[in-house]
Design a protein around this ligand. Sequence first.
Ligand code: ATP
Length: 450
Amino acid sequence: MSSSVNMEDIISLAKRRGFIYPGSDVYGGLRGTWDYGPLGVALKRNIMNLWWQHFVDGRDDMYGVDAAILMNQKVWQASGHVDTFVDPLCEDTVNHRRFRTDHILKDNGVDAEGMTMEQMDAAIAEHGIKSPDGNPLSASRTFNMMFTTHVGPTSDDASISYLRPETAQGIFTNFKNVVDSFYPDLPFGIAQQGKAFRNEISPRDFIFRSREFEQMEIEYFVHPEKWEEAFEELLASTHEFLVRLGLKPEHIHELDVPEADRAHYSKKTIDIEYDFPIGKEELMGIAYRTDFDLGNIQRVSSKSMEYTVKGTNEKFVPHVIEPSFGVERALMAVLSNAYREDEVNGEKRIYLALPEHLAPVRYAVSPLLKNKPELVEKAREVYRALKQKYGNVSWDDNGNIGKRYRRQDEIGTPHVVVIDFETIEGGGTVTVRERDTTEQRRVSIAELLG
Ligand code: ATP
């Protein structure tokens, strides 16, 4: 099931109101890149901070890191990314446009999950599938999704580096550092948020599949025999986090990924899928990665990744559970969940029913008339006090009051505080207009600031 919201409406609102703009727009854009405007960056930070609060600060078994994006090329050789971080690519044999073979199949109603590249090519032939421009497709080849760069003034093989395609490796490479500095008891986790880059063959669906995006990942280190309970606990905590994002349980689905579709080192993977406007798609995933990553580091670096259980001689390379979130997909889920259209006084209204703790602006403060100094002065006073309390409070005296409500509704501001003549005339009360119900209440300033 997909949600009833139209993706185009969300993209248009996001651009119009300053959430998300296409990257490099003035120069005609750069596919797969997006720029966050003032409201988008606020919403994104609120989501990322909530995640950090939920998974790191809110627990006593998590350690945060912020590793460099550029890493020694050995990291990506040892992890297998140089050889296997690939997607199948085919080409329109007439105009040479390139496509991801599994996407071409999906767009033609064939599920390519678990298929080898040869099986995909066979399916294309069997179903007579052509390119979107109606031309024959070439056989597929693999395409590595890492962006290559060179570090330092020489461009040779030794200076090759990559823009990291995931944040996870920056965690694994710091496992020993964190153990040496803190010596935590198992199980414990290391968390990181930050940019990741993938040269996606066909970026699409707004920010869902971008070439530059942000991840929030945890590597949770466990005793090899105790991975199942940690997996269940992190899965339950993930569902709690999704509820805190305001997402509805009926739009969230668990996909227990079958063995054929899992990475070879993973013994269990659950993808959390969400009913996006583009359909049911992966929001995040949790994988049991065994000791694959630490084992590779140990082998290639010749440094021990073993953990010694305190007070014993028991030594082993810990196993790992990895919850991996994409910020853009979380943000897209939050936006599409919040998007609403209704009718107020016979006119169509668009609003974002964002949870108060995620809304970019929590309160907007407005003098009823901006040419009445006594109203403006009082409104400024209330504005300053609210801003001191919440931070994300904005001043709005643009246009008439109806226009202000519409604008604040569209950006998801839960409350608009209006200072009117009754406020001045000794009442000490203001009007608080609520976004979701459009109801207006008289509230004392003392209560508002209390
Ligand atoms: P997909 O199958 O959709 O390409 P994936 O399985 O390759 O995703 P992972 O490597 O598991 O994704 O990455 C973890 C998370 O990072 C994903 O669940 C998603 O939220 C996010 N993510 C991955 N690729 C992208 C992308 N190109 N744009 C935005 N977010 C992404």
